[in-house]
Design a protein around this ligand. Structure first.
Ligand SMILES: Nc1ncnc2c1ncn2[C@@H]1O[C@H](COP(=O)(O)OP(=O)(O)OP(=O)(O)O)[C@@H](O)[C@H]1O
Ligand SMILES: [Mg+2]
Length: 311
């Protein structure tokens, strides 16, 4: 396969088996230079397995994978020198200080002495960890560990940063801070690849997304494209007694594109929201709660992963 320079990752028939178990099943995708690309999917979908192959941590079973124009099977070391890696589980050295964690990591890239010190300090400031530079990594809060792990991934000035659930466990403020930092990195032309379970995060950060389940791709596109294609503009959320759900659906069927029963609430995807609301007002159902809101990626996620807006 001829490598295309504007593509930072090119996966063709990418497959990973653990024994007989198919974790990633013959998938094709490209990631463009400078974009933020997100992997979404339920637990066990194959997201970590896929990003580990991109990070050259896990060999492919079959298919081809080029990263930064190089084949992962032949140029692992060269690729690794230009990658930043944030694993799903923090793997800092708990017995070293914050600063030492960065300095030791820098040494893997032959980055030593005053240059490493300067870079480490810059990164600690960037992630607002300067005050913790001499604290043991084991004494950091969960959110601080996550920020330090991301800081560490940047020590070698990577062209591509691959983050597996970067904001898992962060409080809302820390999450916004990481989003802001990731946007700044993107503005510096670093390509970002991330996995996340936070659909708001995916919507805010990612230029394009890949939704997968059972090792297969369910869809790939921009967040907006996916929402428009699978759900539409708006969703009406209702709370009604469970025994009234079916009769209500029967009544409104011709006014909706689809519906989703979330157990606690019923979501309707209206063809025209005003008409639907009028129809609902004229029905005898006991509507305890109604909210008309813009459709979002969570609706798409439920639809594609099987609990979905079914017609
Ligand atoms: N080392 C391994 N040996 C055997 N099976 C594995 C191994 N690693 C992952 N799997 C299996 O591969 C499948 C995909 O796992 P993976 O970690 O890629 O999922 P994920 O999408 O990252 O899920 P999560 O959202 O829970 O992090 C799962 O069924 C998992 O049990
Ligand atoms: Mg994972």
């Amino acid at each position: 396969m001829v490598s295309n320079k504007s593509m930072v990752v090119e996966a063709t028939k990418l497959t990973k088996k653990y024994g007989n178990f198919m974790a990633v099943d013959n998938i094709n995708f490209d990631i463009r230079a400078g974009e933020c690309f997100g992997f979404l999917g339920p637990n066990g979908a194959g997201k970590t397995t896929t990003v580990k192959m991109i990070q050259c941590f896990s060999p492919l079973t079959s298919g081809t994978l080029n990263v930064l124009g190089m084949n992962v099977q032949h140029e692992e070391r060269k690729i690794k020198s230009r990658l930043g890696v944030v694993p799903q589980e923090d793997n800092l050295d708990p017995e070293l200080t914050v600063m030492q964690n960065l300095i030791i990591y820098a040494a893997y890239f032959d980055f030593k002495g005053i240059k490493a010190q300067r870079k480490a300090k810059e990164l600690l400031d960037f992630f607002e960890l300067g005050e913790k530079r001499d604290a043991l990594a084991s004494n950091l809060s969960g959110g601080m560990k996550r920020r330090l792990t991301i800081a560490r991934a940047l020590i070698n000035n990577p062209a591509l940063l691959v983050l597996d659930e970067p904001t898992n466990g962060l409080d809302p403020r820390a999450r916004h801070m990481v989003w802001q930092k990731l946007r700044e990195l993107k503005n510096r032309n670093i390509t970002l690849v991330l996995t996340t379970h936070y659909l708001e995060e995916a919507h805010r950060l990612c230029d394009r997304l890949l939704i997968m389940a059972g090792g297969k791709i369910l869809d790939l596109g921009t967040p907006k494209e996916m929402v428009n294609k699978h759900i539409g503009d708006e969703v009406l959320e209702l709370n009604i007694p469970p025994e009234q759900m079916s009769p209500l659906l029967e009544k409104v069927r011709k006014h909706i594109h689809g519906s989703l029963n979330l157990g606690t609430s019923l979501c309707l995807s209206p063809k025209d929201s005003k008409t639907l609301m009028t129809v609902l007002q004229e029905t005898p159902f006991d509507l305890q709660y109604q909210l008309l809101r813009p459709a979002n990626l969570e609706d798409v996620f439920f639809k594609l992963t099987g609990r979905g807006l079914e017609q």
